[in-house]
Design a protein around this ligand. Structure first.
Ligand SMILES: [Zn+2]
Length: 109
């Protein structure tokens, strides 16, 4: 017999998997920050929506994105340098909880 907590956990994990399959993180980030994104080797860079509203030059852009996670490498960033997956990124950007982010992304943005 499965416990209710395990059921909820399984359902959440399946939602998270589906969200990650549905959105390509580099495109998702580019759309949200409203700027273009540039491929550099195995990852992409763009400006950081948390600390770099005014970074005009590509060389000054500090936000990296790969297929699974993204983060900022500016030392001054309020984002604490922990890589974020799509859920963490959405939650932080829109100031919602992770569970709200999962619900919103699962229902479609
Ligand atoms: Zn930053």
């Amino acid at each position: 017999m499965m416990l209710l907590g395990d059921c909820i956990k399984l359902m959440l994990n399946s939602r998270i998997d589906q969200i990650k399959q549905r959105y390509f993180l580099p495109n998702f980030v580019a759309k949200i920050v409203g700027k273009s994104i540039k491929k550099v080797g195995n990852y992409y860079i763009t400006f950081c929506p948390f600390c770099q509203q005014n970074a005009l030059q590509w060389r000054d852009r500090r936000f990296w994105v790969n297929n699974d996670v993204c983060g900022c490498y500016s030392p001054k960033c309020q984002n604490d340098h922990k890589p974020m997956d799509i859920i963490n990124f959405y939650a932080r950007y829109y100031k919602v909880t992770n569970s709200e982010a999962i619900r919103i992304l699962f229902e479609g943005v």
